[in-house]
Write a protein that binds this ligand. Structure first.
Ligand code: CMP
Length: 593
């Protein structure tokens, strides 16, 4: 072949097989992701036939993880994260400790080294983002309090893994491994405290920059792009923000792609365009998430199940039963209802991408063997496949408990206090966000055409772009909005309230919601022709001089209509003033000779 087609062949075969097996899985009433995993196993090096490039598939999968986490962030606000912190932080930390201890204990029983046990334990302690989100999405639970808790918990796990990834090389020698390369040798010479301190500083800097600077800059950029009216540019800006920030976050701050993308999304959650951004990135998100499952399947060596059946079973049990029980116990100890405990434990009863990264690092540092990696992969593949089963089992248990009045009373009803508080905080955050959005919102594109017949000729997209150019302004009764003779700066579309127009102190007319003013000076290039004063509390959608001129240039028909009304208004004023002048003249008493 004249040129390298690895990327194309990887994508083509992955999509084709994933589609075929996803469809078959669906026929058997299994979740499609099982089909994607099987497709991956078939494409992998451990089964005969075509072997796709697993490195390439892995990178494509990373993009899937980024887009998915970005999507979650778009629907997750900083306030949501704060609302779940009381359960997510202690929960995730305790679960990591317990799961790691279980992994270490199990490995020591098998005579593995302490380091191998630690790597395996840590790897098994963190759940896969993609799997969790797909599971929550399937049950429409992403936005429920339990869904929020599970996602928050996962974010804390991800943060903890950032630390683990940095600390592992530093601890490698102590744990019986070796220092991998020169770069790590340098960090090996630094004291552990230094490495830890530096990591904490980097992660904190990343979080601080994202939370302080991000909400100011990112929504603004998105808005500017949306105002161009180019859908293509908008989608591109969303992708650039999601993937670009994820990559930058990992390169400069050492955080994972997933975490970087999540923060990018969460920052954009503040923008009223976040829904549009989510819709635009959804198809790509879905496509790349499929590649994630295919790439997991590709790494899996199915024969390990025959070589080491007991070990595989133990790892799977640890992930599905051990971790679930730990999470269940923690949530119950923290005083939440049993339904929350069951949802969280089911959501986290699987392992995925982080586990492979950690195990890979373990191998590099001589702490983990390839067989250990295979075990982790087996644990991941089987726990991901079985996750839907775990969910339906917990559903059944919840139903069963709810059917028993006594159990329901003690495990569910009597444990509502913390849950209700958290639910209240999430609701308050939602209301605040809605209020904030309403405070800046002028009209929806549909309202625009309903209120102002002038705009009925615009198609929905053109209306949407116009609305994005509006700036909301409010005035109190009696306040002067426009002063006769001033320079023009904007045009005003009345959304609420009434204004009075007067020329040379003479009241000429009143304008209400649905009318507009301030166009004459902008069209003629003359100073303002009249005073305009608010009579009530008024709300206006205003367009700046520049935006208004551009708008008129684009829509000559609207320009014509507006120019005609401006002429009529000018004519009316002139007439009134002339009448007034002649009244004054006629009012002068004839001079007696
Ligand atoms: P402009 O001259 O930019 O600023 C004052 C505005 O008052 C003017 O644009 C019109 O929008 C509005 N205006 C002036 N005369 C009339 C009128 N006779 N009837 C309604 N509105 C008017």
């Amino acid at each position: 072949m004249p040129h390298d087609l690895t990327l194309i062949s990887t994508i083509a075969t992955s999509f084709a097989l994933a589609f075929a097996f996803g469809y078959i899985a669906n026929l058997f009433r299994l979740p499609p992701l099982v089909g994607y995993l099987v497709a991956g196993v078939l494409l992998g090096p451990f089964t005969p036939g075509f072997v796709a490039d697993s490195g390439m598939a892995g990178q494509l999968a990373e993009i899937g993880v980024m887009l998915l986490m970005f999507g979650v962030g778009l629907h997750f606000s900083i306030a949501d994260l704060m609302a779940v912190r009381r359960i997510a932080i202690p929960g995730a930390v305790a679960q990591i400790l317990i799961a790691t201890a279980m992994g270490m204990g199990m490995m020591m029983l098998w005579g593995w080294s302490l380091g191998a046990g630690l790597v395996l334990g840590l790897s098994l302690s963190v759940a896969s983002t993609v799997v969790l989100l797909k599971a929550l999405e399937e049950r429409s639970a992403v936005a429920t309090p339990n869904g929020r808790i599970a996602v928050g918990w996962l974010i804390v796990e991800d943060l903890a893994m950032v630390l683990a990834l940095v600390l592992l090389p530093a601890f490698a020698e102590v744990l019986g491994g070796h220092v991998a390369d020169e770069a790590h040798a340098a960090s090996g010479n630094q004291s552990l405290l230094m490495v830890l301190g530096l990591t904490l500083v980097k992660v904190s800097a990343f979080v601080a920059i994202s939370l302080i600077l991000g909400p100011r800059v990112m929504p603004w950029i998105l808005r500017q792009v949306a105002r161009t009216g180019s859908r293509e540019l908008f989608t591109l800006s969303v992708l650039a923000i999601a993937i670009g920030l994820a990559y930058g976050a990992s390169k400069f701050f050492g955080v994972s792609f997933a975490l970087g993308a999540f923060f990018a999304g969460m920052v954009l959650n503040e923008s009223d365009l976040s829904h549009k951004a989510a819709t635009n990135s959804l198809p790509l998100q879905d496509a790349f998430a499929v590649l994630f499952f295919v790439s997991v399947g590709m790494l899996f060596d199915p024969f390990i199940v025959m070589r080491e059946p007991l070990m595989v079973a133990a790892v799977v049990l640890l992930v599905i039963v051990g971790k679930s029980l730990a999470a269940f116990g923690i949530v119950m100890v923290l005083g939440y209802p049993v339904s929350t405990a069951l949802t969280v434990s089911a959501a986290l009863a699987q392992v995925g991408e982080f586990s492979f990264i950690l195990a890979g690092l373990g191998i590099t540092h001589g702490l983990m063997t390839q067989e250990g990696m295979n075990l982790i992969l087996a644990g991941a593949l089987l726990s991901i496949t079985l996750n839907p089963v775990v969910f339906s089992a917990t559903d059944r248990v919840t139903k069963w408990i709810k059917a028993k009045p006594k159990l329901k009373e003690s495990l569910e009803d009597a444990r509502q206090a913390h849950f209700l508080r958290l639910q209240g905080e999430l609701e308050a955050a939602r209301v605040r966000a809605a209020e904030k959005a309403a405070a800046h919102k002028t009209f929806t594109p549909e309202e625009l055409a309903e209120r102002f017949p002038l705009f009925t000729g615009l198609n929905p997209e053109q209306r949407e772009v116009l609305v994005l150019h509006f700036v909301l302004k409010t005035y109190q009764p009696g306040e002067r909005i426009i002063r006769e003779g001033d320079e023009a700066d904007a045009v005003y579309f009345i959304s609420e309230g009434e204004v009075e127009v007067s020329v040379r102190g003479r009241k000429i007319s009143r304008l209400n919601a649905g009318d507009y003013f301030g166009e004459m000076a902008l069209i003629t290039g003359q100073p303002r022709s009249a005073d305009v004063t608010a009579l009530d509390y008024c709300k206006f959608a205003t367009l700046s001089q520049r935006d208004f001129r551009r708008f008129l240039q684009r829509f000559p028909d609207i320009r014509k209509q507006m120019a005609q009304i401006a002429t009529e208004r000018g004519e009316m004023n002139r007439q009134l003033l002339e009448d007034e002048a002649s009244d004054e003249v006629s009012a002068i008493p004839p001079q007696s000779s």
